[in-house]
Every structure is written in C-alpha cells, then in structure tokens.
Design a protein around this ligand. Structure first.
Ligand code: NAD
Length: 475
C-alpha cells in the first residue's frame, strides 16, 4: 500500500481546523468542538473452541452537545483507537449537517468476522454489548449504535436483545440500537439507506448546473461511467440503484481480491451473487478481471464511489485519479493531502459527512419509531386514502353530471388512491434530507470565496450549528 501522510484522525482534524479557521468562533470553542470527549477500550474474554479468546473493542464519544450520541459499530481487524475517534468525530459533523439531533460516537471490535461462525459471533457480540451497557455506552437516551463495516441487521438484533435482557424494565429498550431487522423493531428502508442516500445525493448534484460545470459534467446520470469500490451494504445499494433506476453504467467494481471492468456496464446483482457464492469477484464472467484492485481507482470514469474503507485515495495516487466527481460513500476515503491535490486538479468531491448520511438519517427515523412504539404512517395511511377517494369520486360525479366525460390517465387513480407506507415515507424523508443538506452546503460554498470546496462548506455548516448549541448551553 502507498505511503500515507497522516492518520485518519489527523486528516479529519486538518479538514475541521481549515474550516473552523474561516469562522469567528468564541475563544476556545474550536478546541472544544474538535476534541474527542472520551474513548473507552475494553478487553474481554469469550470461551470458544475450547479456549478463552480475548477481544479488544472501543467506543468513542466525540461530542455530547446533543444526546443520545450515535454511530456505527465496526467489526474489522483494522479497528483501532485512532480510527474509531476519527469516525466518531465525523458522526458529530454529519449529524449536525443533516440536522439529525444526535452527538457523534463510534465503536469497533478488532475481529475478522469471517473467521467465526454465527454462534460464535453471537456470543462475542452479546458479551461486547454487556461491556458497553455497563458503562452506559449503549442506551436509548445516551448512546445508540448502528451497523457499520462488518456488521448488519443480525448483529444489531443480538445487541438489542442483549440490552433488553439487561434492562427488562426499559420500555424504550428497542431504541438502544438502530439498523435492526424489521421484526425486531427495525424500519423499512434502513438496510438500503446509505446507498439510497448516495443515489439521492448524486441526483441532487445533477440538479445544479453550476456544480456540474465545476466538475466538467453535463447531462443526466444515464450513461455516466461509474466506478465503485466495495460491494458491501453501501456500495451494493448505491451501484444497484444507480445502474437499475438511473441507468448509469457501473464500468468497474473493486473488491478486496481485485477489480472487474466492463465498459458496457456490470450487472450488479449477478456480481453480488458471484461474490456470495465464491467469496470474491475473481472468476466473474460479466467483465474483465484485474488483480490490482487499487490501481483500478485510477481508471477513466465520470463518477468514482469509494464505498469500502478510509484513506484509499492518498498523496500517492491522487494525481492519477481520472474521475470528474468523487462521492465519498465510505467514511474518510480521501486523505487530507489527497484532498488538496484533487481540489487543485478541479475534481469535485461530495464529502462523506454528507454523502453517506443516509444511514444515520434513517436510523433517526427508526429511533423515533421505537420511542413512539408505532410504525410510520400507521395512523394516517387509510385516512389519506379515504380523502383521495373522496376527491376522485367527486371529480367523477362532476364529470358525469356535466357530461365532460374526462378520463384519468392509466395508473393515476391507483397511485393517487394508495396512501404512503413506511418505506415510501422513509425514502421521502431521506430524499428531503439529502436535498436540503446539499443546498445548505452549496450556498456556503458559492457565497464565500474563502470556502473552496463542498467539504469545507459542509464543515462550516456543521460547526456553525454545533457552536450555536454550545453557545446556548452557556459553557
Ligand atoms: P460492508 O462490510 O457491508 O462492506 C464493505 C465492502 O468493502 C465489503 O464488500 C468488503 O469486501 C469491501 N472491502 C473491504 N476492504 C476493501 C479494500 N481494501 N478494497 C476493496 N474493497 C474492500 O460495509 P458497509 O456498511 O458497506 O460500509 C462501507 C463504508 O461505508 C465504511 O466506510 C462505513 O463506515 C461507511 N458507512 C456505512 C454506513 C452503513 O449504514 N452501513 C453508513 C455510513 C457510512
């Protein structure tokens, strides 16, 4: 792997400091917002395969200016304190930018989830939950984890159940984690949420001619060449929606074991099926295989979507990136050094704190659903349908009374008469969040000549909101 100039946390801090330097914050406030409030490290043993295995886990709380604090739990051998603190900081800024009322947190367990079977993972996860619960690092009112790399609905269901057993009298226990399966208190649309948010973010970018011009792009998403790195939860959904719904061409997918390239566009579902059955992308017949996956980041394309891990675009390869637009589906895929280079080269970056905020946005909806103990739309749906029916029937009566005999377009009546279900409401709320947050970022970018890019603009919006909270807290 190429040399990296600064750690992930240094990168986040540098980007933050650059933006904060453009603002006039109260003395000492910049430092208060930047620093991570606390990081808890736990080492616990679980007896597995006839011996005790010791695992190391972390939970960082970056900012409690709003509570609960929120952030995913990552299972990976690369998890370390620096990474967890950087991710927790990003959560603070992300929540502020998309106006989700949480502080920032993040957790991780240093483990290769593929090295353990399901029963073993369940025991490890339950034990980790117990350790977090003892320190109030999982709680509906104080700290609410969610899935991240290496974890998903299954792990969240185990965590929710473990928490409930420890707190049987907590009526809000389900709200202690988000990203649960629906039958365990989850919400429709959470699994797809981050990838869906990437799609909505791109659609919003394409609505702004001035931003498109800066990226050297024109026209619609249809036919645009897209490279995706990481076909996991986020990358798969983003690639699937962009190719099937927006008709973009995913010309390259990069995974751990190499890259698949096809200028005609890759069939994402077929590739995912291949990964599931073989464990990697090698041998997939729908494209040309290349062993050097990282090198494929430098292939020509319109849009590059890093959706795997941090620091993959760094000082060593930033000069060779050919994409016109990079949308950071992963957290921290571009280092601070690479960010400078890409900015100089005119490549537009849609920053992580905005681009992948779909996950935390829908997690917020799930948390609200859990606290209110009722699914979204349950009270209104049939009422909405009844009102729509009244209107249609009245129009039909007028039409028949006046002999105008108008006819509604095919499909309109059914669509108009169907009240929104939970998934539609979730998508609508997510779309609104992505559109409005982009506009706020863009407004700051375009109106202040010192703000040179969307990332700095995102930080400025987030820092302003966090500082307003601190100012009214009277610290
Ligand atoms: P995931 O574990 O579902 O998928 C990650 C994918 O990346 C896997 O397919 C893995 O094989 C691949 N990968 C790992 N290392 C790689 C490498 N070096 N090169 C190429 N591919 C590699 O994880 P995810 O939930 O999709 O998360 C991906 C990124 O998105 C992370 O940065 C995460 O923090 C961020 N994110 C996730 C969510 C969420 O809701 N899951 C929300 C916000 C941000």
């Amino acid at each position: 792997m190429a040399a990296r100039q600064s750690s992930f946390r240094d990168s986040v801090d540098r980007m933050f400091t650059h933006a904060a330097g453009l603002m006039s914050l109260a003395p000492g406030l910049e430092e208060k917002i930047r620093v991570c409030n606390s990081t808890y490290t736990v080492r616990f043993g679980v007896r597995l395969r006839g011996q005790i295995h010791t695992f190391t886990g972390y939970r960082s709380v970056h900012s409690e200016h709003m509570e609960p604090v929120k952030g995913g739990i990552r299972y990976s051998l690369d998890v370390n304190q620096d990474e967890v603190e950087a991710l927790a900081a990003l959560m603070t800024y992300k929540c502020a930018l998309v106006e989700v009322p949480f502080g920032g947190s993040k957790g991780g367990l240093c483990i290769d989830p593929r090295a353990w079977n399901e029963d073993e993972l369940e025991r490890i996860t339950r034990r980790f939950t117990y350790e977090l619960s003892r320190r109030n690092l999982i709680s509906p009112s104080q700290n609410v984890p969610a899935p991240d790399m290496g974890t998903g609905e299954r792990e969240m269901a185990w965590m929710a159940d473990a928490y409930k057993r420890l707190h049987p009298d907590d009526i809000n226990a389900k709200a202690c984690v988000t990203g649960k399966p629906r039958h365990a208190g989850g919400i429709d649309g959470r699994v797809e949420a981050t990838g869906r948010g990437v799609q909505y973010a791109l659609r919003e970018v394409f609505r702004h001619d001035d931003v498109m011009k800066r990226a050297g792009l024109e026209g619609a998403l249809a036919g645009k060449r897209v490279i995706v790195q990481g076909l996991g939860n986020v990358g798969y959904h983003a690639a699937q929606f962009l190719s099937c719904e927006d008709k973009a061409l995913v010309t390259c997918v990069i995974e751990r074991d190499g890259a698949i390239l096809n200028p005609q566009g890759i069939n994402i579902d077929a590739l995912r099926g291949h990964i599931r059955s073989t464990g990697g992308i090698k041998g997939f017949v729908g494209g040309e295989y290349r062993e050097n996956g990282l090198g494929a980041l430098e292939e020509a394309c319109d849009i590059l979507i890093p959706a795997a891990i941090e620091s993959v675009i760094h000082e060593g390869n930033a000069e060779r990136i050919q994409a016109k637009l990079i949308i950071e589906a992963a957290n921290g895929p571009v280092t601070a050094d690479a960010d400078e280079i890409l900015k100089r080269r005119g490549i537009v970056i849609v920053p992580d704190m905005y681009a992948n905020a779909g996950g935390v946005t829908v997690s917020y909806f799930e948390w609200v659903k859990n606290l209110s103990q009722i699914s979204l739309g349950r009270l209104e749906r049939r009422h909405e349908e009844a009102r729509a029916r009244l209107l249609i029937e009245e129009l039909e009566r007028i039409s028949s009374d006046t002999g105008t005999n108008f006819e509604l377009a095919r499909g309109f009546k059914e669509a108009f008469l169907t009240g929104a279900d939970e998934l539609e409401l979730v998508r609508s709320g997510l779309d609104d969040t992505m559109r409005e947050s982009f506009k706020k970022m863009k407004e700051v970018w375009m109106s202040n000549p010192k703000v040179e890019d969307l990332r700095t603009a995102g930080y400025v919006v987030a820092i302003r909101r966090i500082s307003n909270v601190y100012n009214s807290l009277g610290l």
